[in-house]
Design a protein around this ligand. Structure first.
Ligand code: NAD
Length: 357
């Protein structure tokens, strides 16, 4: 397995392979960039078929965190970690304590948090081995569930995108389809949109959650697959990744695609396909940065709601800038976002080096 030659390596500053025979830990920590500050990103535990799949995942995810964190103008870099889930029974507490020792060995260059397959309680186990962990369920600055802030950022981002695509920020009477409406972010987002007067079309595997939204906001429930065919102005993917693909793009009638889900475009080229069809796409890692903004409050050690609101204002401005550049240049918004992210990381890196010299 090649590491330095891996197609997703993208000049990672460090990649740490950590194993522990006693607990069965097999983990990889990717530190993509510390140009803006310690690399911050969650720890994912997954049943990877092999270490190559785990490496591919961690490299892509940690680069993604660099882009997300720099575009949200946070004083943190990008990193991520993955644990290859042991087969059969294992001591979960001991495994995460061992993972914490690996995090500790990076002396604060990487700060962990929870991601898919990992809970706040697991982070408490990590905390026993290192202070470089956030997303804790308790403690002085514990930031708690990030979903409400993510949803607020997505709501504001939808308004910014509507201003460009529909000619108005006001969502009163605007038809919006939400995929994953019963989820953590989806539920809060539905509340914001309903209060703004939007007409909601919702779907989810969790039907109970949908019934609640129907009762509360008069939302229309549609089937899991039918969500793509709705005659709506805005499509908000808030469930899975890769939902914008060649099978769905021509079914989506919405002029605007803007939601919380990570990696919405199945491939980078889908940005061009979206643009060709006259649609506007709000790059996912820009519009869904509310969660990491919330977590940043915990890293700073003093959760300040006014600071969070200021960063959400910044999210709106950055998204507006990307969409305007995309319209002016006739180029896909996802590519413009990636370019801006890389440019900003380079500027931070140069400034950091100049300080050292
Ligand atoms: P969640 O698991 O609470 O919600 C996802 C919802 O999608 C669930 O209700 C699930 O039943 C539903 N779902 C799953 N498969 C579906 C399908 N095929 N069709 C329709 N619905 C389906 O997760 P969440 O925390 O609300 O996050 C939603 C998305 O936003 C994820 O992609 C996540 O990575 C991203 N995100 C979340 C945050 C956050 O703060 N929670 C921050 C940034 C990005």
């Amino acid at each position: 397995m090649s590491v330095l030659e891996h197609p997703s390596f993208d000049n990672h500053e460090k990649v740490l392979f950590a194993t522990d025979e006693v607990t069965g830990l097999r983990a990889i920590i990717g530190v993509h960039s510390t140009a803006s500050g310690p690399a911050c990103g969650g720890c994912r535990m997954w049943s990877y078929p092999n270490s190559e799949a785990a490496l591919t995942d961690v490299l892509r995810l940690s680069q993604g965190m660099s882009y997300k964190n720099i575009m949200a103008d946070l004083p943190i870099g990008g990193g991520k970690s993955v644990i290859m889930k042991p087969e059969g029974a294992f001591d979960r507490q001991a495994l995460f304590e061992a993972f914490g020792r690996a995090v500790e060995s990076l002396n604060g260059e990487y700060i962990s948090a929870e991601d898919v397959g990992v809970s706040p309680d697991d982070m408490m186990a990590v905390r026993r081995s290192t202070a470089h962990v956030v997303g804790l369920p308790e403690g002085k600055a514990a930031s708690g569930d990030p979903s409400p802030v993510t949803a607020e950022g997505v709501f504001r981002g939808i308004q910014v995108t509507a201003e460009r695509g529909l000619g108005k920020r006001d969502l009163n009477g605007v038809k919006i389809a939400i995929q994953g409406a019963s989820g953590h972010v989806g539920t809060y987002l539905a509340g914001h949109l309903a209060k703004a007067g939007a007409d909601l079309f919702i779907t989810d595997i969790n039907v109970d959650g949908l019934e609640k939204l129907k009762a509360e906001y008069g939302a229309t429930i549609v089937g899991l697959d039918e969500i793509y065919d709705q005659d709506v102005d805005i499509f908000a993917p808030c469930a899975l990744g890769a939902v914008i693909n060649m099978d769905t793009i021509d079914r989506i009638k919405a002029k605007i695609i803007a939601g919380a889900a990570n990696n919405q475009l199945a491939t980078r080229d889908m940005g061009e396909e979206v643009l060709k069809r006259g649609k506007i796409y709000a790059p996912d890692y820009v519009i869904n940065a509310g969660g990491i903004i919330n977590v940043m409050g915990e890293i700073a050690g003093d959760f300040d709601p006014a600071w969070v609101q200021g960063k959400l204002d910044g999210l709106e401005a950055t998204l507006g800038e990307i969409l305007d550049l995309s319209a002016d240049q006739g180029r896909p918004s996802n590519l413009i976002a990636d370019e801006l992210a890389r440019q900003r990381i380079e500027e931070k890196r140069a400034a950091k080096l100049a300080k050292v010299a």
